[in-house]
Ligand binder design. Structure first.
Ligand code: 4AD
Ligand code: MG
Length: 477
């Protein structure tokens, strides 16, 4: 007996005897044709049963969602839409599925409904395709770094530092909640959180990755990160996965080159290896587009968009140039951006980012040299004394997908910046050590993994590209 996957069977061009395959029933028609899916591909294999010789008690139990095992022969298909099918010799019901209560019916369900059934939504084509692509992208990322001489570094999840200095942290506490230590004025003493230290879930593995870059040269992290921001948007999660490469002796231009090459390579990987799933999602999007007014429809299909990113240079523009472009442009007849951006130094809103990418440049954009006041403490100060060597990569339909910078390698400048922002030197003594012992130019960036999966799959809501989304409204599963 050969145990095999549906994907492998469908790619066969010869008949095979003694096939055995297990999966879940998608549909059962005419008491004869089972569409069986085992998760290995978007496509189902048709299993044809000899219903006259199959007991009624078995036929009744072949329902959508049931787990079954079939044995038989792989033969050329007589029907349309598939080359091969299984002529079933025997069928075993492994797990029943009550058709009255099984939530995933063979019809189109709304994404909202499926979000409420996150534990079953990968039984649908859309979510199984999205999650296979998520897995493939994750593999492509590790492959890219491995092929390019990077070491994979595991940054800690529980940490004492706030890498981004934005105060958006989830506290981690090992305190005895019934009998917590108290401060002199009677409040809970959180400085005792984690056996004598205040700790939180990491917002970024960057600072720890910097320590490794300054000895191993080229490293990256790929792990969960946490932000306690109460933002309920289609692009923010409280728990998301981030990829953070960090490289010694590399400046901002090298960082941009690396980020662009990296993004193109991983997108090329799924174009080469996951075309069936991409084609399915592309068709799904086309159907969705048809419901929109003509002027709001996208002029490129999903796969065209992915190829466009791979084939074209990202446009590199300084923050100052971007502000000038925005000031002089009219996103629509009535409103000018001038009205929104009063001063140089303001942070860009997502409507500004989307205008630059989707209307003005019509390609991915790398914005660099931001005002120091709107960026994190660790970014390298430019000679002008007011901008830092930061870069954000903006993608169509997504906005910011990557954030990174050249790091401040000069001890005195870093100390001055920390003092100005009230960051305690004692908290980051180890980070300052890097600038004391063998300091060097170094740079890195962070890619938000879910935003990448959104771009590649064309899904509009970040809740639909991670198995169990954590948002202020959603932590049920
Ligand atoms: O721009 P951010 O905050 O940068 C950092 O954390 C740096 N330490 C990275 C580095 O230089 N090593 O976050 C990086 C990326 C963003 O561009 C975005 O794609 C994603 O992480 N991101 C989020 N994704 C989902 N939900 C959130 N709440 C996110 N916050 C950031
Ligand atoms: Mg950012």
């Amino acid at each position: 007996m050969k145990s095999i996957t549906v994907a492998k069977l469908l790619s066969q061009d010869k008949t095979l005897n003694e096939i055995e395959i297990s999966g879940w029933v998608r549909t059962f028609r005419a008491n004869r044709f089972i569409a069986l899916n085992d998760g290995s591909t978007i496509n189902n294999i048709q299993c044809v049963i000899d219903f006259e010789n199959t007991e009624d008690s078995i036929l009744k139990r072949i329902t959508t969602g049931a787990a079954i095992k079939v044995k038989g022969e792989l033969v050329e298909s007589q029907g349309k839409g598939q080359n091969v099918e299984i002529q079933v010799d025997s069928i075993e019901i492994l797990g029943d599925s009550d058709p009255e209560t099984f939530p995933i019916q063979p019809k189109k369900h709304s994404l909202e409904f499926l979000r409420e059934n996150a534990h079953l939504r990968t039984r649908t084509n859309t979510f199984s395709a999205v999650m296979r692509l998520r897995s493939a992208l994750s593999f492509a990322i590790h492959k890219y770094f491995n092929d390019n001489g990077f070491y994979y570094m595991h940054a800690p999840i529980i940490t004492g530092s706030d890498a981004e200095g934005a105060g958006e942290m989830f506290r981690v506490s090992a305190l005895d909640t019934k009998n917590p230590p108290l401060t002199e004025d009677g409040h809970v003493d959180y400085s005792e959180d984690f056996f004598g230290k205040e700790t939180n879930l990491t917002v970024s593995g960057q600072l720890e990755a910097e320590t490794y870059a300054m000895s191993l040269g080229k490293v990256y992290t790929f792990g969960p990160t946490f932000r306690a921001e109460n933002s309920n948007t289609s692009r923010h999660l409280a728990e998301f996965w981030m990829i953070e490469p960090e490289v010694a002796f590399m400046d901002l231009v090298g960082n941009m080159d690396l980020a662009e090459d990296f993004m193109k390579s991983i997108i090329q990987y799924v174009l080469d290896n996951n075309l069936e799933d991409l084609e399915f999602l592309e068709k799904r999007l086309m159907d969705e587009e048809k419901t929109k007014p003509q002027d709001q429809r996208s002029d490129m299909s999903l796969i065209e968009k992915l190829n466009f990113v791979v084939d074209n240079n990202f446009k590199r523009v300084s923050y100052t140039e971007a502000i000038d472009i925005l000031r002089n442009s009219k996103p629509n007849k009535k409103k000018k951006f001038q009205y929104i951006i009063q001063d140089w130094g303001a942070d860009l809103q997502s409507e500004h980012e989307r205008f630059l990418v989707e209307k003005h440049f019509k390609c991915p954009v790398i914005l660099f040299d931001y005002p120091a006041t709107i960026k994190a403490f660790y970014m390298r100060l430019n000679e002008d004394g007011k901008t830092v060597r930061a870069m954000d990569i903006l993608f169509p339909a997504i906005g910011e997908i990557v954030g990174g910078s050249q790091r401040e390698e000069r001890l005195d400048v870093l100390k001055e910046k920390m003092a100005a922002l009230n960051i305690d030197e004692e908290e980051l003594w180890w980070y300052l050590d890097l600038r004391k012992y063998g300091t060097a130019v170094h740079s890195g960036f962070g890619l938000g993994f879910e935003r990448l999966v959104m771009f590649v799959t064309g899904m509009n809501n970040i809740r639909d590209v991670i198995p169990y989304p954590r948002t202020p409204q959603n932590a049920e599963f």
